[in-house]
Write a protein that binds this ligand. Sequence first.
Ligand SMILES: Cc1ncc(COP(=O)(O)O)c(C=O)c1O
Length: 432
Amino acid sequence: MSNNWSVNQLNHLEIGEVDVLELVKNYGTPLYVMDESKIRKQCKTFLNGFQHHIVKTEIIYASKAFLNLSMCELIKEEGLSLDVVSGGEMFTAIHSGFPVSKIFFHGNNKSVEELKMALEHRIGTIVIDNADEFNRLSLLVEKDRKIRVMLRINPGIDAHTHEYIRTTKNDSKFGVSIFDPKTLFLIQLIHNHPSFDFVGFHSHIGSQIFEENSFKELAVTNLKYCAHIQKQLGIEVKELNLGGGFGAHYTNEDHPFSLETFLPKILDTIHQESIGLGIKTPKILIEPGRAIVAEAGYTLYTISGTKETFGGKNFVFVDGSMADHIRTALYQAKYNASLGNRMMDKVEKNYTVTGKACETGDIIIKDIMLPIPKENDLLVVYSTGAYHYSMSSNYNRLLKPAVVFASNGKTKLVVKRETYQDLLRSDIRLGK
Ligand SMILES: Cc1ncc(COP(=O)(O)O)c(C=O)c1O
């Protein structure tokens, strides 16, 4: 997927065939806009591409990237499964009517309450993270019911991505290492437990990965481990979840590989490798989050002004902040943007886009060439569909923006803009 936006005769950007100024007029700024057709198209790319004449497959949407009731409904309609990592994500999915049998419950630190919730609602699969969690879950399960479980393993693969979104180094907080002899013992315990139906392994090596080889290495390492388990413990690994991490396009520095080519190819590799290892090819699951929603998302901000500092730096001020756009501060992530109301105007100057939060690190884009911005121009930041709305906060008691779906010239409000009253919803007065 790439940023194939269109510009109308008024020199305005259109998202889902809706003029951005129309969106601003109806919903205000800051505003998250999701091109619904792009999300659906990307779901279909995964579903159609990740197919093999022999290998069984399943696509699970990693809801941490972007979740709300409408998104659950969309994912259900498109036929994907859902990955949740907290009671809150699980609650949203259950509340939306998402089929519980298609929910995978992940997380390295699930609470007893969350585990009880998963059991009570008959969540399809619980992905056990470690021995401690296995013990905790064992105390909660009922004798006469089998729970489908996987074990998160850490294959020690170094994905070439930012350290904070890389997850399988040997000291990662996620999963159990395949190099740790204790892991064999844990697998045996899970497999032999009468209340658990142990189906296989899960792993996830990181996010925003551009190298096909990282996934290939992951698949091959995991398959070798499956063969090892079969030989050592006599346990057949029926399912292998390779996680998410497929890269998205934010700026021209990003080069995501073609999913259409890669997805069938990796299944072929997996099948051949399994034959070579003498094991039955497990069902293969993947868990994309970012690649499904990132490029479908846009954040719309109103420009309030500019400032040239004494040191010669040029700032553009917008009506949002790191509270609705944290990835630049968190990972030094880079973004592209345009003036949505002056799309074809000549870019003239380099700016740093900053917002309203009281932090020097409140940077939305560090370096961006723009036409000279005027007050009330509209800044549109591209590829903000993943880990933006879901990571937003109320820092400085700023209000979270609304979320709107746009497609085929129509819009639908899916998350209301917060109000000042919402900020007080959970506050309790001292009462003196
Ligand atoms: C277990 C797991 N699966 C899937 C994902 C989705 O990753 P991405 O959004 O990069 O596809 C993550 C992201 O952190 C994850 O932790």
